[in-house]
Write a protein that binds this ligand. Structure first.
Ligand code: ADP
Ligand code: MG
Length: 263
């Protein structure tokens, strides 16, 4: 009936290629303490090529720590992390190589303040991937165009808005041609009117088939873009499921409480 129809939430999901069954990121039984604080408790996550995983949960639940273990910005006490099937080592050449497969975008844009936008994007590809300058610049300009800031290329970061800086940060991460993009609350530090311009870039990436792990409080984005949602609280994964299942029928009391506060 009409009333039934109108009471249904209409959510347009994005049109993106299906994920493959090749796991690009695997965390198995990952444990971590900060001193006496048990911050990650038996974390098991698998993200396949082309999949968008959105991680949600109250602040302090270990979401950022989990992200940071994926390229060993944080060590783990036990468990195993694999990137595209390869064990992530503690250190050394293989760590550097695997790290380059994971592009990270943080809440704070942390662009290099004393470098131009273009230099921000070309620096790592020239240093780490040994691209020559011309190729790095051509590729950087393509990426800056993709995120809509090519006209800002010769400016300094401080001359750009927060939303523009965050889009440059995304271009900078993409410049390394990562297999996986990891976003840790990329819009949390932005003025509200700039949130969508960054989410739109992320949605474009998802449509292109990028494998993504996104920590976010943007539930509209999560519902639209996620293939799967992981809900974390107190260092543990309490729920995992399809967006509709999680948002419409959260199982745990913690998730119900979290959603009632945030939606
Ligand atoms: P979230 O990203 O979900 O808000 P975090 O991973 O940032 O959670 O933090 C999880 C817990 O670990 C919090 O209690 C936080 O205070 C603590 N924590 C985070 N980083 C450190 C650190 N470097 N040293 C000690 N405790 C930390
Ligand atoms: Mg965090």
């Amino acid at each position: 009936s009409e009333s039934q129809l109108s009471s249904q939430a209409v959510v347009s999901t994005i049109n993106k290629p299906p994920a493959t069954d090749r796991p690009l990121v695997e965390l198995s039984h990952v444990e971590k303490h900060y001193g006496r604080l048990h911050v990650l408790k038996d974390i098991n996550i698998q993200v396949c090529q082309g999949e968008v995983l959105v991680v949600v949960g109250p602040s302090g639940s270990g979401k950022s720590t989990m992200c940071r273990t994926i390229n060993r910005l944080e060590s783990i006490d036990s468990g195993v992390i694999r990137i595209d099937g390869e064990l992530l080592p503690e250190e050394g050449k293989d760590l550097a190589r695997l790290r380059a497969e994971v592009g990270m975008v943080f809440q704070s844009f942390n662009l290099f303040a004393n470098k131009t936008i273009l230099e921000n994007v070309t620096l790592a590809p020239m240093k780490v991937r040994h691209m020559d300058k011309k190729d790095a610049e051509d590729f950087a300009m393509d990426l800056l165009a993709r995120v809509g800031v090519e006209s800002q290329a010769s400016k300094m970061p401080s001359q750009l808005s927060g939303g523009q800086q965050q889009r440059v940060a995304i271009a900078r991460a993409l410049a390394m041609k990562p297999k996986i993009m990891l976003f840790d609350e990329p819009t949390s530090a932005l003025d509200p009117e700039m949130v969508n311009e960054v989410l739109d870039v992320m949605i474009e990436l998802a449509k292109e088939g990028m494998t993504m792990i996104c920590v976010t409080h943007e539930m509209g984005f999560a519902r639209r873009a996620a293939d799967r949602i992981v809900f974390m609280a107190d260092g543990r994964i309490l729920e995992e499921g399809k967006p509709d299942q999680f948002f419409d029928h959260p199982k745990s009391e913690r998730a119900q409480e979290f959603l009632s506060k945030i939606l």
